[in-house]
Structures are given as structure tokens and as C-alpha cells.
Design a protein around this ligand. Structure first.
Ligand code: DP6
Length: 336
């Protein structure tokens, strides 16, 4: 979060931030308020070391000439303005309070990640977390982590969690996330990220979530049940007990997808290879390997295990699916 230059005549502030994605063990799926982007379900997640998004932001005061439209480039591609407008509106509102004389300015952001965007690898979580930090750095304002988390949530609710390292939660209806345990809480905990497809998803998580909320007859049960799973998962995580946590992780993603499958039209992110990996995990568990999978809004599968099992799991994956890319991550830190 760097700030350079503070010349009021042609202010040009620069900020930079690196953030890690937030992978949910207990899933957020559905909004309590779609304008404020408040989640209907509680979520519990781990911030992933190894995967990262880097974002640079330039802020320039408007002088009455030139282009004053905010612009966001992801991997060099200009993004649709609509997706970022609520975030920038909230950022300007926050700034009005802190720097009342600083109101008419243009924001330009450039972002890139070391993993594919919009493919179900939580790029919007690290993306909006890095954007929030880089924006505050560019404006030269100190915003608390909770305020940055609430700002990032406007962009993407999962991004609220990426503002903290380690294990985090975002309660239903809440504006900002909180850290449950830092990145050193469970040193043996590992997350294996499998890249099964690079292509962007066919339907955005935002749209799919609304479709599920409005049309799935299971939606209300999903929301109610998430609270139960969340409480059980927090206890299991507090005891660092993967034998108990694993089955809860599995229930959360499978119940989320069951709710999506029942939507009209149904939301189906799975690909044959996704199911192949899920089946392989079942086989490994039957052999006594403690490996627990999850999926998000996309075909990728992510596995949770402990360090001592990682080698065995990777060689089984390699034997059955030689072409898929696997990255082993540990719980990661907050954005810098
Ligand atoms: C399946 O945070 O991308 O990954 O708030 O609409 O931007 P918006 O949704 P987003 O949804 C993430 C959904 C999920 C589960 C999770 O990360 O909790």
C-alpha cells in the first residue's frame, strides 16, 4: 500500500497491493441484500498462500480536461465499468469523510494474477481485496482492516475474507469479515489447488447465486443449514481435527451444489473431470487417506489434507490425471 506524490496541482497518487484468494470451507452462496452485497449464509475460509493477485492503482485529480472515466484492466483487458461502479462509489464515500477536499478524481487500476481469472479459483476475492488496499494506498488514507474488508465486500463478498490471513469468517448479513485463526494456527494444513480447466466460467457466480435464490426450492433450507455447518466447522477447526472438519466441508459444497442443481434453469458448473476427481477422493478415503474436496463456481476441485498425506495424494492424482496442474498451498497472509 504505497503512496507517492502529493502535489495538489496535478495530484497523482500511486498504490500497490498483493492479496491472496480466499477459499471457502463453508460456502457463501446467496445474498441477504444484493444492493449492499451482504451474504445470506455464513462462510468460513482459508487465505491461500501461493496464489496471488497484484494490483496497481493511480489516482489523478480531475482538472476539467481529459478522460475522467475510471478504468480497470485485468491482465491488460479493460473491464466492464458496471462491475466496479458500486466499489468505486463506496471508496469515494469513505474518502469524502477522511479527505473532504478530495472529491473529484479518476481511478485507473491494473491487475494480474498468477492463476486464471473467473474460472472458479476465487480471483474476485484476491482481486477486490488488492484493489481496496491499492486504492487506499493511492489516496494516501489509512483505513482500518475492517473498513477495507467492508469495502472489498461491495465488490465481492468473498473478498471481505481475503483482507485477513489464515482462517477467516464472514457471518451472514455482516459487512466485514474477521480472522478466526492466523496463518500459523495449523502448520500441517495443506490445500491442493487443481486446475482442471482454464476457460472462464459460463455463468458468473453473482448471476448464478441470484438464479438459485429466486428459483431453487431448496434455497431456504440451504441458508438455514449453513448456520449449523458453520458452527460445527468452527469447533472442528478450533480443535485442528480434519477427521471431523473434512466431512463438514464436503457437506457444505455438496449442499450448495444440490441447491444450484435444483434451480430453474439449473446451474451446473461441474465437468466430467470434476466428478472424476471427486470419485478419486472417495477412493483415497476408502484407503485411509484423509483428503477432502471442495468446489466453487467453476469446474476446479480443491483438496484439503495435512502435509504428511500430500505426497501420496499428488502421486495418485498424477497417475490418474497426468495432465492436470496441482499447486500445494499453505494458509496465507493478509494483503501487503
Ligand atoms: C462459491 O464472492 O464471487 O466461491 O459477492 O457476488 O461477487 P459475489 O460472489 P463471490 O462468490 C463466491 C462464492 C463461492 C463460495 C465462497 O467463496 O464462499
Amino acid at each position: 500500500m504505497i503512496n507517492e506524490g502529493n502535489d495538489r496541482r496535478g495530484f497523482s497518487g500511486y498504490g500497490h497491493s498483493t492479496a491472496h484468494p480466499s477459499l471457502a470451507l463453508i460456502k457463501y452462496w446467496g445474498k441477504a441484500d444484493s444492493v449492499e452485497n451482504l451474504p445470506a449464509t455464513p462462510s468460513l475460509a482459508v487465505t491461500l498462500d501461493g496464489l496471488k493477485t497484484e494490483t496497481s492503482v493511480w489516482i489523478s485529480l480531475n482538472t476539467g480536461s481529459g478522460n475522467t472515466a475510471d478504468a480497470v484492466f485485468i491482465e491488460g483487458v479493460l473491464q466492464e465499468k458496471k462491475r466496479f461502479e458500486p466499489f468505486f462509489r463506496e471508496f469515494r464515500r469513505l474518502l469524502e469523510k477522511k479527505k473532504p477536499d478530495f472529491s473529484d478524481f479518476t481511478i485507473k487500476a491494473e491487475s494480474s494474477s498468477n492463476f486464471p481469472a473467473s474460472a472458479g479459483l476465487a480471483s474476485s476475492s484476491s482481486g477486490f481485496a488488492a484493489l481496496a488496499c491499492a486504492c487506499s494506498g493511492a489516496a494516501g488514507v489509512e483505513l482500518s482492516r475492517d473498513v477495507l474488508s467492508a469495502l472489498a465486500r461491495i465488490g465481492s463478498a468473498s473478498a471481505a475474507r481475503s483482507l485477513y490471513g489464515g482462517f477467516t469468517s464472514l457471518a451472514e448479513g455482516k459487512r466485514h469479515a474477521k480472522q478466526l485463526f492466523n496463518e500459523n494456527w495449523w502448520p500441517e494444513f495443506r490445500i491442493i489447488i487443481l486446475e482442471l480447466e482454464k476457460k472462464p466460467k459460463e455463468i458468473s457466480s453473482r448471476k448464478a447465486m441470484e438464479q438459485t435464490r429466486i428459483t431453487s426450492p431448496y434455497y431456504n433450507s440451504w441458508v438455514k443449514d449453513s448456520v449449523v455447518l458453520m458452527n460445527e466447522a468452527e469447533t472442528a477447526l478450533g480443535n485442528r481435527n480434519l477427521e471431523i472438519l473434512g466431512p463438514i466441508i464436503r457437506k457444505s459444497y455438496l449442499r450448495m451444489f444440490a441447491t444450484m442443481f435444483a434451480a430453474d434453469p439449473p446451474v451446473i458448473y461441474w465437468k466430467p473431470i470434476s466428478l472424476g476427481v471427486i470419485r478419486l477422493c472417495e477412493e483415497m478415503r476408502a484407503e485411509g487417506i484423509s483428503v477432502w474436496e471442495t468446489m466453487d463456481a467453476g469446474p476446479q476441485v480443491k483438496l484439503f489434507c495435512t502435509e504428511n498425506e500430500t505426497g501420496k495424494i499428488l502421486s495418485r492424482l498424477e497417475a490418474v490425471f497426468p495432465d492436470i496442474r496441482a499447486r500445494v498451498c499453505t494458509p496465507g497472509s493478509a494483503p501487503v
